[in-house]
Design a protein around this ligand. Sequence first.
Ligand code: NAD
Ligand code: GLY
Length: 350
Amino acid sequence: MRCVTVNAPSGSYEVRIGAGLLESLGAGVRACTGAKRCAVIAGENVFPLYGERALGSLRSAGLETASLVFPAGEATKCLRRYGELLEFLAANRFTRSDCVVALGGGVTGDLSGFAAATYQRGIACVQVPTTLLAAVDSSVGGKTAIDLPQGKNQVGAFYQPALVLCDTDTLNTLPGRELRAGFAEVVKYAVLGDRALFEKLRKDDIEPGEVIETCVRRKAEIVAEDERDTGRRRLLNLGHTFGHAVESRSAYALLHGEAVAVGMAMICRAACAEGLLAPDDRDAVIALLRAFGLPTETAYSADELYDALLLDKKISGGRLHLIVPRAIGSCDILPLTAEEAYKWLEAGLR
Ligand code: NAD
Ligand code: GLY
């Protein structure tokens, strides 16, 4: 088993990564939360695959269990499902000494994490990521959220899990398109600060446990320094500013990772047009994204993306913080006015 400790200012916890770890869920929940009752939240695709195994492990460790299954897909990250989850916890008389287990991808993790953060002002949450994207990014670092019709992740909380348990065997059942989407976030970590990872990805010379551990270590370092996303953590939004705009504009027809891939390609093009990134590095990033079968272009115009861009949570004090690659393995945070951001958006589409 691989293990990374996240020392976030609001609390430390372990991210355990390895094959077959689902069997140890019950023991992990007992040891890390002290809970005696546990609500397993999963999506309709994941529960039939892993629900009984998760519940079995929890029961074997002496925990009482309940479970709730939601439709799969981004639309589940909404106020209605959030309300249903809170009412489910209340109807089953869950208390602050109990625990929520989020079994699934980023949708389940974000929704369950936010419900856990707010139910009775906070009940322990254990994240069990079953997608590559959730394993390398969304299950770690404590960002939880739901969407509003007006935009993505508009309501949420910073709330660290008590434990992240990533059973790499679960990735074996992930549809190819979802696996590819997860690699967008992996490429993000490489472009941000890990040229060696970039080269390994290029040569296809890395196994899933190592990929996940490498990404989680990088995220853990950043979260320890800037849990609430006011400084260095903004770097993790590489490709997300334009990507979220493309994702919202597509009404979520594009997967999150696919939209991030488009966003990363756009910011590389714009950085190159500004003379900040060498054309070779731009081309290498775009080629790697394409090698993973990810999209790198969009048919939306700058005008069509601009409204969604202005709803971005990364706007503060009238400035939008754009993450700009300067080389593979090195990025800067650029505060821009809305007009400047529009110009970058246009350059990214060229
Ligand atoms: P997802 O949660 O929608 O899961 C993808 C699909 O795969 C779903 O249909 C799901 O049912 C299915 N699935 C999941 N695991 C499976 C498995 N092991 N076998 C078979 N099918 C499986 O998508 P995602 O890409 O994991 O997450 C995307 C979400 O994560 C977005 O809402 C995004 O905003 C959020 N996100 C959050 C953070 C954060 O820091 N909190 C970071 C990145 C992304
Ligand atoms: N996914 C970006 C972050 O966790 O900050």
